[in-house]
Design a protein around this ligand. Sequence first.
Ligand code: SAH
Ligand code: SF4
Ligand code: F3S
Length: 509
Amino acid sequence: MNEEQRLENTQVKSADKKSEKDYSKYFQTVYMPPSLKDAKARGKETVAYHKDFAISEEFRGMGQGRKFYIRTYGCQMNEHDTEVMAGIFLALGYEPTNTVEDANVILLNTCAIRENAENKVFGELGHLKPLKQRNPDVLIGVCGCMSQEESVVNKILQKHHHVDMIFGTHNIHRLPNILNEAYLSKEMVIEVWSKEGDVIENLPKVRKGEIKAWVNIMYGCDKFCTYCIVPYTRGKERSRRPEDIIQEVRHLAAQGYKEITLLGQNVNAYGKDFEDIKYGLGDLMDEIRKVDVARIRFTTSHPRDFDDHLIEVLAKGGNLVDHIHLPVQSGSSDVLKIMARKYTREQYLELVRKIKEAIPTASLTTDIIVGFPNETEEQFEETISLYKEVGFDSAYTFIYSPREGTPAAKMQDNVPMEVKKARLQRLNAVVNEFSAQKMQEYVGQVVEVLVEGESKNNPDVLAGYTAKSKLVNFRGPKSATGQLVKVKITAAKTWSLNGEMVEEAAEVK
Ligand code: SAH
Ligand code: SF4
Ligand code: F3S
C-alpha cells in the first residue's frame, strides 16, 4: 500500500472513534492497550517458562534480500533486547545495516525513564517521516519501554501515522508474527501485552561484541519506587532458573568472552520468586565465579535486598569484580521515604560500611535524582554530604522527571526548575571533583585492562576498562584486543586514564 492510502486509512480512523474500535478486531491482533492501572494491580499470576522458542517454518526466508536497522535507547536491558531482536532478524534471513536509508525495517527500541528520553524518540520518528514518504515499503516499528505506555501508543496513533508496528517488552519473541502481519496489513500493527510477563528461553542472540556479554538473570521490577515507570513497562519480577543462566555463562566462556555482566533492574531480588528452591543472588554468584571467565559483574543493585551472603561471596574476589553500582537516589531519609526506596540514609551507610569492611578495595558508584517534588535545600545538602561520606567513584545524576501514572507525578511540587538545575550543577561539581581525585590516585600504578580495541578518537591508541570500570587509553599492539594487559598509568583526566602497556599478558582464558 502506498503512503496516500495509508494516510487516508489512518485519518479516517482517528477522525472516527467507532472505526478505531473496529480496527483492532479487523486485524485480529492482540490489541490490549497498555495500562498502568493493570500493572499496579499486579497479582500472583504464575510465571510461565517457555523453553521452546523456534522460528516457525512459515516465516523462514521472510528476510531474504531485506535489511534491518535497530536504534536502541535506554539501559543495558534494552541493549540486550536489541541483541535478541537482531538474532531473530538473522534467523529470518534479514541482513543488518548501519544506515536507515539502507534498511527495509527500522526499529526504535525505546526508553521511558525520563521525559527527555521520550522526546528523543518522538524527534527521531519525525526525522523518519520523509524517509517513509520516499520509500513507503520500509517498515517502521516502535518497541521497548515507551510502547508499554498508553499515552505513547495513543500519541503515535494520532500523530505518527508513518509507524507500521508498535510492540512491547513482553513480546519481542513475537517479532516474526508482528513483521508478517505488518507486511500483510494496511494498518498499524499494535501488539502490546499489558501482562505481568513470562520467561522465554532459547531466544537467538547476536551479541554486539566478542569480548563482553550481557546475560539476563531476571526481568521486571516490583519495587514501585514512586517516581519510576519501570515496574509498569517491564512487568513483575521474575527470575530465570539458575541452570539456564549458568549454562549460558559457561557457553559464553567457551566462546571466548572475557567479561559477563548479569542483568536485572533489581538483581538483588534474584530468586525471591522461586517457590521450589531457596536460592538468591549470592548463591548464583558463588556458582558463576567458578566458571572460567575473567570478569563477572552485575547491575543494577538495590540497597534494600543486598544481603550479607552476597557480600560474603563477593569478598571471595577472583573473577568477581570489586566495583558495585549501588543507586542511592537521595541522601535524605525523608525523601527516600517518599520515594518508597524502603531504606534510610543510615541503613544505606551501614550497608556501605559492611561492603567496605568485607571488600576493602571496593569502589562504589551510584545514581542520584535531584529536585524530587518538594525537596528542600537541607535535604539536597544531605545528598551532597552522603556523596562525600561514601566517597563514590562516580555517579549518574538526574533531574527528577514526572512520569505519567506514577504516584510521584501526582505530587504537588514547589521546587522551581531553575533550582533543580542549579542543584544538579552543584552535585555534578562534587561528582567531578571526586572522580578526578580517584583517577589521580592511579597515576604511577599498574592496572589490569581488558582491551576493547582502538580508541574512539585515535586509531593509534588502544582503549579498555579496568575491573573498576575506569577507561584507560594507551599505546600497544592491536593484537592485545580482547586480552587482559598490564598498563602503567601516566596521566589522569576526570573520566579516563592514560598509560603505557608494560607487559602483554599471556592468553587469558
Ligand atoms: N533499577 C535501578 C534503576 C533503573 S533506572 C535502581 O533501582 O537502581 C536508572 C536510574 O534512572 C535510576 O536509578 C534513577 O536514578 C533514574 N530515574 C528513574 N526514574 C526517574 C525519574 N522519573 N526521573 C529522573 N530520574 C529517574
Ligand atoms: Fe525503578 Fe525503583 Fe525498580 Fe529501580 S528499583 S527500576 S528505580 S522501581
Ligand atoms: Fe529505560 Fe526501560 Fe531501561 S524505561 S532505563 S529502557 S527498563
